[in-house]
Design a protein around this ligand. Structure first.
Ligand SMILES: Cc1cc2nc3c(=O)[nH]c(=O)nc-3n(C[C@H](O)[C@H](O)[C@H](O)COP(=O)(O)OP(=O)(O)OC[C@H]3O[C@@H](n4cnc5c(N)ncnc54)[C@H](O)[C@@H]3O)c2cc1C
Length: 385
């Protein structure tokens, strides 16, 4: 079952996403045809538990599918990854809520797309601080948030936002809130004309909306972040960057093999550089696969304490730091191997889109922030690093 689901996403990558990727990037448009194909094969329900009608895929299979898709269109893969992260956060913390169960059933049945609204004007990328707050309004709540970056904000059905628990709460006293289509207004305050990941359409916007009490998760956001959102994000983001790196190296290899065929018996001068890049790619694969396996094991066992432990926080932040750096390095090396053919946008060996897309990796939660967090963890932690 899981194998089939991953194979289906890989097929959508090969047959739909690859053909559209160049236009998606050039026009900075949402990869609508790829998302339609993903919905057609039920991919948006992959992270919904099987008992709620979803695919019930574990983290390992979700990660594999993101890597498979990113080899064809990184923006599409990042959209799929971000959606899975929202679903996993809700599914992990539904804690007996019949309404959240019913909502997740709808996600699987209707293939609803969920966007993430954590970044905010003021705290920026500091996910653990909010300015916006919930206002109680009788039996319903309302909120208004000024978001800096909402990927596929216009195209999503529903939104998952971080806000303060109430107007008097501290910036860290946050909850996760689900806003449903038709119950919020999203007003863009700018466009997404970015260097890369152009198909994610990550616009700045003001979100105003409200809902019923069940749409505010009972679990404090600090716990959701530590046990679900952060580890799942780092695994699935890193899986996307791995896919970009795999394709860049494949392009470099194809270029050199063409040259080798044309001059039989001689090794192209850049062949040793390709081999070096291949070794780095292997390192990236190993890091992503080992961290994914660790995290998947804890998730499958439902071990929330282990997921929220200091050691896991360090491990997952380390994954993000090393995968984002390695992926940028590998794609840069692939460009070096391809030379001017890689630098050109109109060549079959172009690496331009890969490089621009992968440069988002160190910024998507700034590495500097994670280093500062890890620095603190190193100081307080006990035992072996
Ligand atoms: C492709 C892409 C898609 C995205 N999609 C979404 C999305 O769907 N939803 C969403 O909510 N966000 C999204 N983001 C935003 C992302 O999560 C981060 O919020 C954003 O990339 C960080 O922005 P920033 O560079 O302004 O850094 P900030 O984190 O705001 O930091 C600003 C500056 O302060 C520095 N700094 C370092 N450490 C600290 C510290 N401890 N305190 C203060 N400043 C520090 C940083 O290095 C940086 O130079 C997306 C980003 C990208 C690249």
């Amino acid at each position: 079952m899981a194998r089939d689901a991953v194979a289906e996403v890989a097929r959508v990558g090969r047959e739909v996403a690859r053909a559209a990727a160049r236009a998606v990037d050039a026009e900075g448009r949402f990869p609508a045809e790829t998302l339609a194909a993903l919905k057609a094969c039920g991919a948006l329900g992959a992270a919904v538990p099987a008992e709620l009608g979803g695919g019930g895929l574990g983290l390992g299979a979700l990660a594999e599918s993101c890597t498979a898709l990113a080899q064809h269109c990184a923006s599409s893969a990042m959209i799929l990854a971000m959606h899975h992260i929202q679903v996993a956060s809700l599914a992990d913390h539904r804690d007996g809520s019949r309404e959240i169960d019913a909502y997740l059933r709808r996600v699987a049945a209707e293939q609803r797309l969920i966007a993430s609204v954590t970044s905010e004007v003021g705290p920026g990328g500091d996910m653990r601080r909010s300015v916006a707050a919930i206002a109680e309004d009788g039996a319903r709540f309302s909120l208004k948030k000024q978001a800096t970056t909402i990927s596929y904000g216009r195209e999503a059905d529903d939104l998952l936002l971080t806000v303060r628990r109430h107007a008097g709460a501290s910036p860290h006293d946050q909850v996760l809130v689900l806003l449903l289509a038709g119950e919020y207004v999203l007003t863009p305050t700018g466009a997404w004309d970015a260097l890369g990941m152009r198909g994610t359409c990550s616009i700045p916007a003001v979100v105003e909306g409200g809902g019923a009490p069940w749409q505010v998760l009972a679990t404090p956001f600090g716990d959701v972040a530590a046990q679900s959102m952060v580890p799942v994000s780092h695994v699935l983001w890193a899986s996307c960057w791995l896919g970009i790196a795999i394709d860049a190296v494949a392009i470099a290899r194809a270029k050199l093999r063409g040259e080798a065929r044309a001059r039989a018996g001689t090794l192209p001068p850049e062949a040793a550089r390709l081999a070096e890049t291949g070794a780095k790619l292997q390192l990236l694969r190993s890091e992503v696969s080992a961290a994914t396996a660790d995290c998947a094991r804890m998730r499958a066992a439902g071990d929330r304490d282990a997921l929220a432990s200091l050691g896991t926080a360090l491990r997952m932040n380390d994954l993000k730091l090393s995968a984002s750096r390695l992926a940028v390095d590998i794609v840069g090396e692939a460009l070096g191997v391809c030379g001017i053919a890689g630098y050109r946008n109109d060549s079959p060996y172009s690496i331009g889109r890969h490089l621009r897309d992968v440069l988002s990796a160190p910024l998507m939660i700034q590495n500097q922030r994670l280093l500062e967090t890890n620095a603190g963890l190193w100081m307080v932690g006990k035992g072996e690093a």
